[in-house]
Design a protein around this ligand. Sequence first.
Ligand code: ATP
Ligand code: MG
Length: 353
Amino acid sequence: MVDIAVIPGDGIGKEIIPQACDLVTSIDPSVNFTFYNISSERYINEGITIKDSEIDELKSYNSIFFGAIGDFRVKPGIMEQGVILRLRKELDLYMNIRPAISFSRITGNNIHMTILRENKEDFYSDISGSLNEHKLFRQKGNFYNYNIDINSESDDTIYYTMGFLSRKNLKRFFNMAYKIADTETVTITDKANAVDMYSLWREIAIEESEPAGKKINFEYADSLAYNMINNPLKYRYIIAPNLYGDILSDMSSAMVGGLGYAPSGNIGDYSSMFEPVHGSAPDIAGKNIANPVASILSCIMMLKHLNQTETAGIMEKSVENVIRNGTIPIESGGNAGTHEFINKVKNYCTMTK
Ligand code: ATP
Ligand code: MG
């Protein structure tokens, strides 16, 4: 039995996710979805981001299907750090898979790239604080490239967040990345020319590539961003540190039609969580105009991860057919609303089943 926890969350997440679950159960009624109300709405009413007991329960599912969290009434960072980043950490989801695959009817091209993003370390760090500039001078010798916080009491105070990478985590990350990549050659990005710690990133990338039989092309993140736009068909797998991976994957989603087409999966050794790359999109929430493709594709990735390949295959073919036959989401200039699009996919699924 497949047991999936569902966190629809806020905004368009709350709108799309339950419909995507319906779509799955219309094909395979044995998939069991359990809904959790972990949302900004609840935080506003009850002051709870996520309960420890919920974290424990979520660990017991085969997978989690996550919508989006975000609400302008809540201070930025509270829900992101309190829910999303906490789940990634507590469930030890060290791999983030972000495919950008175009539907040629939408984009007129055949981009097919997947960003494999390290999901726990780098600059997404709790290690931050403030220091007196002179102390740091003493520690580092030559530190001149700092920002002064405008709110600080003294001009000598600097604020920092420390990026970090660990050998242990990078080993398992590259190991999994090379297993996911089904090509011999992969692109690996960083800024090893500017940030010291990426020399460890490179070292382990090379170390782990040998037993995996992979060839590596290193490309600095800035030059990669330029080349991804100019020559997107050149890329198939891009392995990136956390922060650059986040930025490059928003960019790659734009190249395949927009955030509404970008799915993602967070994978660990024990748990997994699948979610669209987009957020709660409050500007379009509740209007039945959000593109549900990213959520449906995330759901397909999740079913494949859980070895539900038949259901995943039916859904995948149906989405392709629906778009090929001219049902175009509003995001791409068509007139298919959220519900209409999902319904069309459901009809195709029923026909193919
Ligand atoms: P959050 O704080 O939850 O991340 P956000 O304001 O950053 O929310 P995103 O969801 O990240 O919003 O998306 C940015 C913009 O992209 C949205 O405001 C919306 O206009 C557009 N967008 C995102 N997802 C979709 C979608 N599925 N369909 C159509 N447009 C979308
Ligand atoms: Mg956002």
